[in-house]
Design a protein around this ligand. Structure first.
Ligand code: SAH
Length: 319
């Protein structure tokens, strides 16, 4: 469906969105079916050289203890996920130069031997690094554009520009990665027009997946006094993403679950078909605090069983 910006704004502002949710759910079923893809998420380093104003990992936050997982630890944790049925590993970190493309590439090659799909989410890299990691076997790359509004982007990101971010996404797409974009809903000074622009940008880039998450205010950031974003508006954005891009992969992002655990379930009737499960070892998990959340203990096997059951209860098929 090709909407104009104004049409998207009108839809986002609807008093009663129920019909749009139903339409999104129908389009989801028709185009990507009832499968819910479960991705294991491993947060392997919380070091970051950037100063993104919303993120608890920004390098000016001195109150967070920093950690790095060794390649061996990353591979053995991923192995445990593989034997417990996970088919994709998402390796996420701050922008941490310690992991050179060479080191990351070796990790990717070892994981490929486990017959797993690999998604990388390690921030902005240069062309050669993205190309090298693709050659090593990485299948997908996640890099959210965060917000499509130029002034807001620059206010939030003292270390980069929206143009650079988009350029990275174009390179990722061109190199043949399954390309994941996305943005946050509820950022300070964001309007429904901004969200409409965000959705348009995902389409323009040709994203294969999109993480649309609610902004959550972190007490150790410059945005500590801002309000959390609206989960309802986040779900509306997800539903419209499904209608505009029928075959895209849309995760029920973890930030939705943080605010209201019920929402994480509801999101599956709004167009979502993917869920990420954190498998970061307990000793590191709480330290990877991009935003505050209530974390359950990691138990890779039991978490998997519980999640599969929850998905089946929704008459969907876990994969
Ligand atoms: N360094 C990587 C990973 C960033 S963390 C990268 O640049 O891609 C992954 C995502 O968490 C970010 O893309 C952002 O959308 C989200 N995030 C960070 N802080 C957040 C907050 N306070 N509220 C909601 N989402 C946040």
């Amino acid at each position: 469906m090709a909407y104009t910006i104004d049409e998207i704004v009108d839809l986002l502002n609807l008093e009663d969105f129920r019909e749009v949710y139903l339409e999104a759910d129908r389009i989801r079923k028709e185009n990507v079916g009832d499968i819910v893809h479960i991705r294991a998420l491993l947060e392997f380093s919380n070091y970051c050289k950037r100063r993104c104003k919303y993120c608890g990992l920004n390098c000016t936050n001195k109150s967070v203890k920093r950690y790095r997982m060794s390649p061996e630890e990353i591979i053995s944790t991923t192995y445990e996920a593989a034997v417990n049925g996970y088919k994709t590993i998402v390796l996420q970190s701050g922008e941490d130069n310690y992991y050179t493309p060479k080191i990351l590439g070796e990790i990717v090659k070892s994981i490929k031997k486990l017959n797993m799909d690999i998604t990388l989410c390690c921030g902005e890299l240069d062309y050669d690094s993205y190309a090298y990691l693709k050659e090593c076997g990485a299948d997908r790359y996640l890099l959210k554009h965060e917000t499509a509004q130029n002034e807001l982007y620059e206010y939030l990101h003292p270390c980069g520009t929206l143009q650079e971010r988009i350029q990275c996404l174009k390179i990722i797409k061109k190199l043949g990665y399954e390309t994941g974009g996305g943005f946050m809903v509820g950022l300070p000074n964001q309007t429904t027009k901004t969200i409409a622009m965000d959705l348009m940008l995902l389409k323009e880039i040709g994203c294969d997946m999109a993480g649309i998450g609610t902004f959550i205010s972190h007490p150790n950031t410059l945005l500590k006094d801002c309000e959390h974003g609206s989960t309802e508006m986040t779900k509306r954005a997800v539903a419209l993403a499904r209608i505009m891009m029928p075959s895209i992969n849309l995760p029920a992002t973890t930030s939705l679950g943080v605010i209201n655990d019920k929402e994480k379930v509801d999101i599956f009737s709004c167009g979502a078909n993917v869920i990420m499960q954190k498998i970061t070892p307990n000793e590191y998990k709480a330290l990877y605090e991009i935003y505050p959340s209530n974390l359950a203990e990691t138990n890779i096997r039991l978490q998997r069983i519980k999640l599969e059951n929850q998905i089946k209860e929704l008459n969907r098929i876990p994969l």
